[in-house]
Design a protein around this ligand. Structure first.
Ligand code: ASP
Ligand code: MG
Length: 451
């Protein structure tokens, strides 16, 4: 079996869904378990509906609900044009889901109170709608498809709006539910994002949670592969908005993907694919607009090359320099400093130390930063530096790559370097430069390493 997950843009409307169904059809011999997101923009719309309902804005909520209904009915109409036998039940399924949602929203409007439970009920409808329509369309195109309610197998605990998957339960349930669904069918379709808590109350996995669903299902099935179909060619060597010459990567490790995601590589969040990686299941990131592309394969570190994979950056960070003569020949100083960061929940990125200095970077203006400086100032001189940006070169065993540091520094000639850091994991070399120098610096490094 394979798991094929299609994101919002891959199911955005008639054309995108038709392309998606062709892709599924081309892999039918692999027994695809299809996981879909809501059509692009729909989850945002549902969050807005929930907000309007909480604010008792009945009129706005009803207008937005009408938009939601019309969009889905239009897509069902177009997709099933010429197949009256399936078009009627598809449209009435859409109406049923929308009617039920409308009743629910009216009740929330009347109360003007939105619990987490009600919110999860509302925002999870996008996936129910998209998967229902696509299931009809797959059947109309001759793929015998079985629709599964993900709440039968994705069990969470904790918060309803960001449920924590109970892997044990999921591993028990998924093979049974999916196995049953395949009886007499060629494909199974289910929803990303939506789940259920142990007592059957609807929950969701948090924004962008559909990848997580796909990964958990893949893990539970011991799938041959997981395909994440999106609207970009794969994972790139840099953010193409900053570096127009960025190239697609063929293979990267999970660790590299995790480092890149920290810098906002938007393709997927690595934590969400972790359950599958743990099981050694290969994950492909593919472009549904260009299905013939090879995409990016994400695998365990052991299978990847020692090489540079990406030049990532973080704009406008804060550099904090902590100086104290008390640090000289003393022990326990670092723990004292980091205890302050930790107690105040300020997350630190880069660290560099000398005998009497500690320099750290963190996000632009973290909450509690004043408290951190106040506490540090009790025993050290603290200087905050704004207007800086961090560039990170990410790859595997960077220490083995000949002349790498020379290339990086060569590309930075004439620019001020405020910090340089390479950890002994050799996965990341980072430098801090002035924010104004960032575009030129990133493009320069990218050029020297990839072009
Ligand atoms: N539809 C949900 C969201 O937009 C989940 C997903 O697309 O992954 O957050
Ligand atoms: Mg989405």
């Amino acid at each position: 079996m394979i798991v094929m997950k299609f994101g919002g843009t891959s199911v955005a409307g008639n054309e995108a869904i038709s392309r998606t169904i062709d892709i599924i059809g081309s892999k039918i011999e692999k027994q695809p378990v299809v996981v879909v997101s809501a059509m692009s923009g729909v989850t945002d719309l549902l969050y807005l509906i929930a907000d309007k309902a909480a604010a008792k804005d009945h009129k706005a909520a009803m207008e937005l609900l009408a938009q939601l209904r019309n969009r889905h009915i239009d897509v069902a109409d177009e997709l099933l044009d010429g197949n009256a036998g399936l078009m009627l039940p598809a449209v009435s399924s859409v109406n049923e889901i929308c009617d039920e949602l409308e009743q629910f929203v009216i009740a929330v409007c009347a109360l003007g109170e939105l619990s987490e439970r009600s919110k999860a009920m509302i925002v999870s409808n996008g996936e129910l709608l998209s998967s229902t329509i696509i299931s009809y369309a797959m059947n109309a195109r001759g793929i015998k498809t079985s629709w599964v309610d993900a709440r039968k197998m994705m069990i969470t605990e904790g918060e309803l709006m960001k449920g924590e998957p109970q892997e044990g339960r999921i591993c028990e349930l998924v093979p049974i539910v999916v196995g049953d669904a395949f009886q007499g069918h060629q494909a199974v379709i289910t929803q990303g994002f939506i789940a259920s808590d142990v007592s059957g109350v609807t929950s969701v996995l948090g924004r962008g949670g559909s990848d997580y669903t796909a990964s958990l299902i893949g893990m539970a099935l011991g799938a041959e592969a997981i395909e994440i179909w999106t609207d970009v060619d794969g994972v790139l060597t840099a953010d193409p908005r900053m570096v127009p010459t960025a190239k697609k990567l063929d293979v990267i490790s999970f660790e590299e993907a995790a480092e890149m995601a920290h810098f906002g590589a938007k393709v997927l969040h690595p934590l969400t694919i972790e359950p599958a990686v743990r099981q050694n299941i290969p994950i492909y990131v593919l472009n549904s607009m260009k299905p013939s592309g090879s995409g990016t394969l994400i695998i365990e570190e052991a299978g990847t090359e020692d090489s540079v994979k990406s030049v990532s950056f973080k704009k406008d960070i804060l550099v904090i320099n902590i100086f104290s003569t008390k640090m000289i020949d003393a022990s326990g100083f670092l723990s004292k400093v980091f205890d302050i960061f930790s107690r105040n929940n300020v997350s630190v990125d880069l660290i560099s130390t000398t005998e009497a200095n500690i320099s750290v970077t963190c996000d632009h203006a973290p909450k509690n930063i004043e408290k951190v400086t106040r506490e540090l100032s009790e025993f050290a001189d603290v200087v905050m530096d704004e207007g800086k940006s961090q560039i990170s070169v990410i790859g595997k065993n960077l220490v083995n790559i000949d002349g790498l540091m020379q290339n990086i520094l060569g590309a930075l000639q004439g620019k001020k370097l405020y910090m340089i850091s390479q950890g002994a994991s050799y996965i990341n070399i980072s430098v801090v430069v002035d924010s104004e120098a960032l575009p030129e610096a990133v493009n320069g490094i990218h050029k020297s390493l990839f072009e």
